[in-house]
Design a protein around this ligand. Structure first.
Ligand code: ATP
Ligand code: MG
Length: 424
């Protein structure tokens, strides 16, 4: 086995016994998104490196140390997307979608970050991204939160996640705050770790984001951004909390919540869980009006979020949801005639019972060994075809999940029986 090639560290296969839960979640996600009128957008996995440097910011963890960057054969620097916001905005600008238009978009797919793999943190992972453009009013910030709340409820994990909320104000408000924050940390240099000393020069707000327990006190006593917000930012924030109060969605205002990326303004939020250790953020987002100009567009508005699917699935695994079997009906063929005719009979069933999940035993063997496989498949019925049945145009139907009797029907009657059982 030593010579077998294995998957890349931090990049995982999703095996057939896991895909039903993924598909279950994906179907509900699509339903909830369409119930708010969101449209899907499909984007390339590779973009020019410059796009991420310009949007995410040079002094973020992602750009500094997590990107999969390589030179294309013609020398262009390309990067496997570490997140979807930049590519989505690039596409909308490139195709002129932002001229006097409003958009509610979502995308779903792999993202790549060279991080230290651990539970809930991988090098290839899947995000659902939701981005809205062209709306300045707080209603849309609130709509995204309501949408997520509805999604958690539909997925059955509402009691496992809670909402944290903050406002980062405008860029101008944040720059006054930033100066005062730097002044504060400069008085407490001995309490800062190496990362934070570096960030003090490059991106001091990120110090508030630290996961180092030794810095808990110095961060807790730092000035709070909320106190620096102007009238407009405060009103925007209050409008959101008013809606949340009215619909009964609980939240915690976390003034230390700054998010890793430079491009946020006003609203930021995270849905967090205590069930996944330090990988506790399942979904994160906020308003990023400023990014549009940063990427060359006209001043405009944008709010969005991204949800990590592996973390979502980890929460859902604990629910032990019943999963529909991959097979409804299993066809057993014993004998030469049965093998030949059974193949076409199966096609006739699929023609007439649209949507039925019918599997033929293509390995053969004794009736007994095929019957065992039928049982194991999870199918509700075994169809049994021997040469005798074929000569009479019949088939036996054996229920596998209850004690009702096996019956012998003409093949036409069997199709009718399956129609009443599996067509709804
Ligand atoms: P974290 O603080 O956990 O590193 P982040 O701030 O880097 O998260 P975002 O860039 O906001 O995360 O991405 C949104 C979501 O994508 C996260 O909340 C998480 O659910 C998921 N995510 C991010 N990085 C990874 C990863 N390496 N593996 C799995 N999921 C991830
Ligand atoms: Mg990260």
């Amino acid at each position: 086995m030593a010579n077998n090639i294995q998957a890349i560290r931090g990049m995982h296969d999703v095996l057939p016994d896991q895909t039903p839960l993924w598909q279950y979640a994906e179907n509900i996600i699509r339903e909830v998104l369409s119930s708010y009128g969101y449209s899907e957008i499909r984007l390339p996995i590779v973009e020019k490196t410059e796009l991420f440097k310009r949007s995410i910011g040079e002094v973020t963890d992602i750009v500094e140390k997590e990107m999969y960057t390589f030179d294309d054969r013609n020398g262009d620097s390309l990067t496997l997307r570490p997140e979807g916001t930049a590519g989505c905005l690039r596409a909308c600008l490139e195709h002129g979608l932002l001229h006097n238009q409003v958009h509610r978009l979502w995308y779903y797919g792999q993202m790549y970050r060279h991080e230290r793999p651990q539970k809930g943190r991988y090098r290839q992972f899947i995000q659902l991204g939701v981005e809205t453009y062209g709306m300045s009013a707080p209603d849309i910030d609130a709509e995204l939160i309501l949408l997520m709340d509805r999604l958690w409820k539909r997925l059955g994990i509402r009691d496992k996640v809670s909402l944290q909320l903050n406002s980062l104000g405008t860029i101008a408000e944040r720059s006054v705050y930033r100066n005062n924050l730097v002044a504060y940390f400069e008085q407490h240099l001995d309490a800062l770790d190496e990362d934070s000393l570096r960030r003090l020069k490059t991106n001091p707000l990120r110090i508030l984001d630290t996961k180092n327990p030794a810095m808990k006190d110095v961060v807790a006593n730092a000035p709070e951004l909320m106190a620096y917000l102007g009238e407009d930012s405060l009103q925007h924030f209050q409008a959101i909390t008013t809606i949340l109060d009215k619909v009964g969605i609980g939240y915690e205002i976390n003034t230390r919540l700054v998010r890793g990326l430079d491009y946020y303004s006003k609203t930021v939020f995270e849905w967090v869980t205590t069930e996944l250790g330090s990988q506790g953020t399942v979904c994160a987002g906020g308003r990023y009006d400023g990014l549009i100009e940063q990427l060359g567009g006209k001043p405009n508005h944008a709010v969005g979020f991204a949800m990590g699917m592996e973390r979502l699935l980890a929460l859902m695994e604990t629910l032990n949801l019943p999963v529909a079997p991959a097979v409804d009906v299993y066809l057993i063929r014993v004998g030469e005639q049965a093998e030949q005719q059974g193949f076409y009979f199966a096609e006739a069933i699929r023609d007439n019972v649209i949507g039925i999940k019918l599997q033929i035993d293509c390995v053969g063997g004794s009736f007994k060994s095929q019957f065992k496989k039928a049982d194991k498949s999870g199918a509700a019925y075994a169809l049994i075809l021997g040469d005798d049945e074929v000569s009479r145009g019949e088939v036996s139907i054996k229920p596998l999940r209850d004690n009702t009797e096996q019956q012998v029907l003409s093949q036409a009657a069997a199709i009718e029986f399956l129609q009443t059982s599996f067509l709804n």
